[in-house]
Structure formats: structure tokens, C-alpha cells
Design a protein around this ligand. Sequence first.
Ligand code: ATP
Ligand code: MG
Length: 552
Amino acid sequence: MEETVSKNFIEQEIEKDLQEGRYKEVVTRFPPEPNGYLHIGHAKSILLNSGLAKEYQGTFHFRFDDTNPTKEKTEYVDSIKEDIDWLGCDYKDHIYFASDCFDRMYECAEFLIQKGKAYVCDLTPEEIREYRGTLTEPGKNSPYRDRTPEENLDLFRRMKAGEFEDGSKVLRAKIDMTSGNINMRDPILYRIARMEHHNTGNKWCIYPMYDFAHPLEDAFEGITHSICTLEFEDHRPLYDWVVQECEFDCPPRQIEFAKLYLENVVTGKRYIKKLVDDGIVDGWDDPRLVTLSALRRRGYTPESIQQFMNLVGVTKSHGAVDMAMLEYCIRDDLKLKRPRVAAVLDPIKLVITNYPEDQVEYLEAKNNQENEAMGTREVPFCKELYIEREDFKIEKPKKYRRFYVGNEVRLMNAYFVTCTDYETDEDGKVTTIYGTYDPESKGGNSPDGRKVRGTIHWIAAPFAKKAEVRLYENIVDEEKGVYDEDGNINLNPNSLTVIKDAYVEPALEEYGPGDSFQFMRDGYYCIDTKDSTKENMVFNRIVSLKSSYKPS
Ligand code: ATP
Ligand code: MG
């Protein structure tokens, strides 16, 4: 697939900045808040930012934006790091914690106070809201707005020292209560909150607000292009105000792009967390989710995610992308890389009546028909085999080319076999079919030019390994859409099907958790990293072979 050569709007901005000498180098960052696991949307931001740094020989920073202790946990810090490493981003030793800069942020706040650009305000949260005005009405000044820098400095230091109750005072920027942009109406910079922080413990009882902390973090690290999603567009004037008033040389600039949305897929951290907390899924890495840990467990590769992002591109307008596009990317990535093996998910037995009772022979099979370099393997063949129930019909449907009594079919890499009979249990369910083979057709080649129209896969029954196979569908009921009227997720009751008694060929015993394969004629599967053991192998279906997406 060809990659688009035209530059996206962010690349164009960066090149202009470099040409005009606004910046001498490019430093980007990915700043996750450790309040959940990363999802496919975050991967877009990660790969965009790290990709730009690479493209312009710059530096990519990975920063935990951990300034809000209420929802943050070290579990999330660990998982985020694992995901970023998995994606293969190169942040070298540029890993930062925003909370390591609390002292410097505090100094910036004092600096603003001394400049007369920030003040301590005693209004209650309700009053602050009231004074802020609305989209159509200007706000009005707080009665505390004209406190002197000395008084503000004294009060702010006492806020820090823990002299005041939570919520009783805040530090605010002194900008413009009549601004058309509500974010500029004297936004709060610091609040009092006695909370334990995962990094700084109980050292602080005041914490900076996101809109103050974020531009400072960028400026401290020497970020040039602070690339974020569109919902921060209205915050950009405040971002610029903070870095200007704090008087940084060469301050960073913010550029916004549209978030990635997948059609009928739950992406918001908040919603994923609810599925986890309600026990609807098996943790943050349940393969039905689109967190990066879930996609990894499902069998997606970093390469497939990168290719997906290349296809999606970077824009300034929202549009949902079809999940089928991501599925196309994983199929495309695994197609030539992974072995193609036999698995029978719904087995019936095939007995070859003219094959010697105790004989076993080993037949050569290509590991990947489209990639000779992957070599061959030996597969055992004998009198009793397992085949898919689907590959036999009592009543032959139109155009059906597989087994029915009287029909000759090719067993892949093995022999031509003609079906002669079948057996059912008391419910009429087929248990065994019978057939005769043509010894002259070894390797699946016609001995005399006669044609067989159907080719099916099989596993020698005594050698077959029993396995559990998990089939996934969207966790969302696509007919109904993601959310119902109350904002709850419309769940698809069939999102998980567990097959306990599937069979896979013996060669799979040599593989371990995370390895993936094509199960011939079916789809791509991977060995589950959480539940699979040597004795009880568990396979996740990554994606079926059938595709509803065609790249343009
Ligand atoms: P969510 O909305 O899923 O809770 P978030 O925006 O709260 O995600 P953060 O940890 O605050 O998550 O975000 C880290 C970075 O990832 C931010 O720069 C954010 O803009 C970006 N990001 C989050 N979701 C997406 C998305 N769907 N597409 C692109 N970038 C995203
Ligand atoms: Mg967030």
C-alpha cells in the first residue's frame, strides 16, 4: 500500500516554524493522565507525536500528566509505560512526571502574583460560577480581585502551608472577566485539596489546575509543538497567556487535531472503566475492548496499528472510522508473516475405510502458501481425521463442493477422498463420515487429470490437540448504536463465544502466549497471554478472513 506523500496540516505548520526560525528543533510529547489504560485513540496521539519527532530529527517526550491525584493510580502508570514500549516509541531517557515539577509550578504562581497577574480569591465555588457569566453575558469581577501582590503572596503561602480548608480559597489568573472566551475569565490556577499523591505523597495540599500546569510542563521540558485534540482549541489563548506571562524564552505552541473515533466502538476511558468496574468484561485487557492492552492480548501488532494510523491520517474535522479498517490492517500485517495451520472448531470425524489401520505417514505442508521463505512442516496423516462439520452436508446445497455422499474432495496436502457414508447420533447430528482415499493422489495432486472442486483442511485425530477457542464480536450492539437514552452502553449479548472442544494441529504445541497464526480457511488467531497454558491452550480470534473493507 502506498503512503500518502502530501504533508498533513501539522507537518506544514512545523515546517513553517522551522523555516521562519521560530524553533530550531522539534520537541513533541505525549502526556497521558494516569487515570486509566491507553486506548486506540491514544495510540493515534502517541504515533503522531513520536512520528513527527522522528520525521524532523527531533525529540519525543513521554510525560505522565499526574497533577490531579483524585483518579490516578500506579497501576495505570505501569500499564501506560508497557503500552508505549510495546508500540515501539523512542522516548529514550525522556520520560517525565509532571508532579516532579510541582515546585517549579509553584514558583511560577508566585511570579505571577508578584507581577500582579494572579490573586487569591475567597469566593465559594458556587459564587465563582455565578460571577463567571455565561456564553452570552460577561462575567463580573471578584471582590478579591484587587488584593495587593503582598497580600496575595502571603495568602498563597499560607494556602500552601495548609492554613485554610479545602475549597475555601483558590488562586486565580487576573485576565479579563468580560472576555468572549470563558476560559479567560480569571481561570483558577491552584486549589486547596488535601489528597495523597501517588508520587509526592502528602507534601502538597494545593494542586495546580490542568490549564495552568499543562503549558508549564511543556515549557519546562522545552517542547516546541504541543499537539493535542480539538477540545482544547478554546483553551489555547489561556495556554499562550500562561507561557507568555511566565516569560519563557521560546515558548511552546499548541496545535489541535481531531480525535480518532471508531464507529460503534467504546473508546472513552470513562466508559471502558465502567465496563471493567461493572464486571462486564474481564479487566482492561479484555480482548473485546480497544485499549492497547486488549488489542495486544487479542493479537494486534504495533505494525498493524501504525498502518491503521497512516490510513486514517490527521485532520481537523471529526469523522468516525470503520473498525473494518483496523481489521484490514492486522490481516495485512499477519498475512505473510505468520504460519497457516489447521484448526477444527466444530469437529466431526472422517474415517478413511481403505487406509491401513495402524499406519501413520508424515506429509509435507507449506507454512505459508504466499511466502515460500517460511518453509514447510511435516503433518501426520492416518485413518481417522477431524474435519469441520461445515465441510459435510447430508443434503447438498447448490454449488456445494465439499463432502456429501458420492463426492470427491481434496484433503489439503494429503489425498483425494470420496465420501461414502455418514453416521448420526440419536438427535440426528452427524458424528462421523466415511470415505475412501485414492493412494495415487498423494500430496493432493490429481493422478490422472481428474478434477476435484473442493479442498478442505483436516487434523489426524490421534494427534489433534484439544484447545479452547474464543470468538469475539463487537461488545456494542451495532443495530442499536453505542449508547441508549440514559447513556448506558447497548451490549451485544453475543460478543463472546467460547468453544471448549476445538482441535488444533500438534505443531502448535511448540508455540507460546502471544504467538499468532492463520487458522486456514477461517481467520487469524493468537494464543491468549492470560489464560493459555501448555496443557490447556486458549486461542483468541483476532479477525476472520472475510473482509468488508477494501483499501482505496
Ligand atoms: P479519554 O477521553 O478517552 O478519557 P483523555 O483525553 O482523557 O482520553 P488523556 O490521558 O488525558 O486521555 O490524554 C492523553 C492524550 O491523548 C491527550 O493529548 C489526548 O488529547 C489524546 N487523546 C485521547 N483520546 C484521543 C483520541 N480518541 N484520538 C486522539 N488522541 C486522543
Ligand atoms: Mg483526560
